[in-house]
Design a protein around this ligand. Structure first.
Ligand code: TUI
Length: 307
């Protein structure tokens, strides 16, 4: 399937992987790229030199294009922005902010820039700033989210910009892909589906928590702090809600969610840790290879779109 996204990125299928903190490392990124999508390394809050190492390890595992996701709330984002250029990475996606101040650096160096946005205003601003495409991320997504749903956000962004739009949030099979296409998207970004991939290094408990999740197991923490984060309900989210009601400080609340993502992903503490996942977790029922995930999505989508 050819779209402006496959052309822009030189990939076989218009599927990109979410830039998930702690999860999107070299094994997963290389697997997604080798399967014909666009794999991504999440710089998240990692020390910049660790990001450089991750880029180098990915290059050892794949000759295909891959990208780096730069999380803009990271105080080290500027250093990461330069490392991406130094290491010759071809694609950057950005999250949780406005990448405007890095746009010139990246464009001058031939890096394709695809900001993740959660509003029409941000999408238009990114187009004006020279973005090559945008990811329109609905609030069905895991992690840090905006307030519009994928169903409402994608067509409004498609109408507002002329650059290609990649849909994200709630997509994990061919039906989601086909629906995104109907909304005008030229590709999809998937996160939660890849968290449970065989090549994903997340703790087995984390994968099982997603596989066991029901449709209504998703919660948003951080509405009151201005950093809404979608996670799967557990002891941590209950504790969070209790502290929020008691008027706990911003720092105390942030520590509960963000500080404990590592605990869930690496140590497998899915009770006290922060199990970030999208609302589509309820539909994900088994661990598959990235190749199986991508090929199943494309096969089902093609059947639906050719009906
Ligand atoms: O970024 C994400 N998802 C994430 S980032 C993350 S780690 C984190 N660390 C500290 C605080 C918060 C999160 C976990 N999950 N998705 C992309 C995304 N970007 N969703 C929403 C946005 C966004 C929000 C506001 C993009 C731009 C924006 O504009 C704000 C501005 O500066 O105008």
């Amino acid at each position: 399937m050819k779209t402006r996204i496959t052309e822009l990125l030189g990939i076989e299928y218009p599927i990109i992987q979410g830039g998930m903190a702690w999860v999107a490392e070299h094994n997963l990124a290389a697997a997604v790229s080798n399967a014909g999508g666009l794999g991504l390394i999440a710089a998240a809050s990692a020390p910049p030199e660790v990001v450089r190492e991750e880029i180098r390890k990915t290059k050892e595992l794949t000759d295909k294009p891959f990208g780096v996701n730069v999380m803009l709330l990271n105080p080290n984002a500027e250093e990461v922005a330069h490392i991406v250029v130094e290491e010759g990475v071809k694609v950057v996606t950005t999250g949780a902010g406005n990448p405007g101040k890095f746009m010139e650096l990246w464009k001058e160096n031939g890096v394709k820039v695809i900001p993740v946005v959660a509003s029409v205003a941000m999408a238009k601003m990114m187009q004006r700033g020279g973005a090559d495409a945008v990811v329109a991320e609905g609030m069905e997504s895991g992690g840090h989210i905006g307030s519009a749903t994928t169903m409402t956000l994608v067509p409004q962004i498609v109408d507002a910009v002329s650059i290609p739009v990649i849909a994200a949030g709630g997509i994990a099979d061919g039906r989601g892909f086909a629906a995104a296409t109907m909304l005008g998207a030229e590709g999809v970004q998937m996160g939660t589906a890849f968290v449970v991939a065989k090549e994903s290094i997340v703790h087995e408990n984390y994968k099982q928590r997603i596989i066991k999740a029901k449709d209504i197991d998703s919660e948003i923490t951080g509405m009151s702090t201005g950093h809404p984060i979608r996670v799967i309900r557990n002891k941590m989210t209950k504790e969070y809600q209790r502290k929020e009601k008691e008027g706990a400080s911003f720092e105390e609340l942030e520590l509960l969610t963000l500080g404990s993502l590592r605990k869930a992903v690496m140590d497998g503490d899915v009770v006290n840790g922060s199990v970030m996942a999208g609302q589509i977790a309820g539909m994900i029922k088994e661990e598959q290879t990235t190749k199986e995930i991508i090929e199943n999505v494309m096969k089902q989508a093609k059947e639906l779109l050719n009906r």
